[in-house]
Design a protein around this ligand. Structure first.
Ligand SMILES: Cc1ncc(COP(=O)(O)O)c(C=O)c1O
Length: 431
């Protein structure tokens, strides 16, 4: 019997075991859907492209390309500043896109959605603007050992500047967080608890709603790095109960250079501006300026209008398929891949958590990750080899890097079979 995989809105997933060895029944024709992605027709080194690097950036469907093209052909003008028809069209579309994002993440209002360049900029905004105002020397910022550098270096920069301290929740051998240590780490000195929803190296899915609840109990503000989860699973900021949430469009079928910072309205209103410039002010004199309300206070200068419109188009595309379906598909693929990887001699998977997304990291006795990914590329297989912007995590596992295969809605079991063949070839080649 195939049990439906359920998401309990606490960021954890139930039923993954039942997917082992079974093709997932779903209403989506996953192989027909590949036609939506023109780049999948590319050939690389004489082979059909197998794109297993979606955790780095996703491929783009025609619907997104059409939306961006249509914007430039019919609406292109600057927003919020022109009194002519095109500017009104562009402004309306840009602000509608903000509302689309708000609905997508379950924000209370569109004013809680700030457009940024991506996850990295969103986190830096919080660290510099909110952290710069509200954190003091000796306050504690709690992070985890599995954070991407963007959710680590941004806080180190702030901590160095103001003399704050950073603590880390350690990671267990299976790639889950050592949550039993939380009671000694998450103390009242912690003013910010920032953590990833899904690890970009390990694939671990963290119980984000539980973590937010525990943070609230000690009065800590929370920030979730949703870069790897936003386009892959249902997610609702009010259900999760976070204060801030950051993500990038390019990992969810949208263009590069656009991302979002969600901030709970009360906390965004209390946060001072970050970048100064046009469009974020209400008045400017030579002595002093006053600032708009959020979100515009945080969007100085001409924004990425086409990017925001593209992001809304990507959301439409993903929602038509359904994020729960996409999640089931990801889990089916990673479960299948992990099972097939058992056949490979000298392969060690790093990150074997039960709550696992479509990201698999591994090391092989046969070759260094860089050599392995270069070898795979000869067969048209795109994977990532290296530290994945997780150097402390790599050190924790005693490796300098891993090879990472990451899947998305256009990935297939057949491609995983081809990956296994290529890895078998690599074992023979590097012997
Ligand atoms: C978990 C995580 N956080 C943050 C980032 C940074 O995203 P961006 O480079 O789009 O700002 C990434 C990108 O790989 C990521 O995987």
């Amino acid at each position: 019997m195939l049990v439906r995989l359920g998401i309990n809105w606490r960021g954890s997933v139930v039923g993954a075991d039942y997917l082992m060895h079974k093709a997932v029944k779903s209403g989506v024709d996953w192989s027909a859907l590949r036609e939506d992605f023109p780049i999948l027709r590319e050939r690389v080194n004489g082979h059909a492209l197998i794109y297993f690097d979606s955790a780095a950036t996703s491929q783009k469907p025609t619907a997104l390309l059409d939306a961006v093209r249509s914007y430039y052909e019919h609406e292109n003008a600057n927003v919020h500043r022109g009194l002519h028809a095109l500017s009104a069209r562009a402004t309306e579309h840009y602000e509608k896109s903000r509302q689309r994002v708000a609905d997508f993440i379950g924000a209370k209002t569109a004013d809680e959605v700030v457009f940024t360049r991506g996850t990295t900029e969103s986190i830096n905004l919080v660290a510099q603007a909110w952290g710069g105002k509200f954190l003091r020397a000796d306050d504690v910022i709690l992070l985890t050992e599995m954070e991407h550098h963007s959710n680590l270096v941004s806080w180190q920069l702030l901590a160095e500047r103001i003399g704050a301290r950073i603590r880390y929740v350690p990671v267990r051998d299976d790639g889950t967080l050592e949550l039993e240590k939380l009671s000694s780490l998450l103390t009242p000195e912690v003013k910010m608890f920032a953590f990833t929803h899904v690890s970009n190296s390990l694939g671990t899915i963290n119980p984000v709603a539980d973590l937010c609840r525990k943070a609230r109990e000690v009065g800590a503000v929370t920030l979730i790095d949703a870069a790897q989860s936003i386009g892959h699973m249902p997610l609702n900021v009010q259900e999760i109960g976070c204060d801030f949430l950051a993500f990038s469009g390019h990992k969810m079928c949208a263009p590069t250079g656009i991302g979002v910072l969600y901030g709970r309205s009360a906390i965004l209103e209390a946060t001072p501006p970050w970048h100064g410039g046009g469009e974020m002010i209400t008045s400017v004199t030579l002595e002093k300026s006053s600032y708009k309300q959020p979100p515009h206070r945080f969007e100085a200068g001409t924004p990425n209008i086409a990017g925001a419109i593209g992001l809304a188009a990507a959301i439409d595309y993903l929602e038509e398929i359904g994020r729960d379906e996409i999640f089931r598909h990801d889990v089916d693929l990673s479960t299948y891949a992990l099972d097939r990887m058992n056949e490979l001699r000298g392969l060690r998977v790093i990150g074997t958590a039960k709550e696992h997304a479509g990201v698999i990291s591994f090391v092989m006795d046969a070759a260094h990750p860089h050599d392995l990914t270069t070898f795979a590329d000869r067969y048209g297989l795109a994977m990532r080899g290296g530290h994945h912007c997780n150097q402390p995590l790599m050190r924790r596992f005693g490796v300098t890097g891993t090879t990472r295969a990451s899947f998305y809605l256009y990935s297939t079991r057949e491609e995983i079979d081809q990956m296994i063949d290529i890895l078998q070839k690599a074992i023979r080649f590097f012997k």
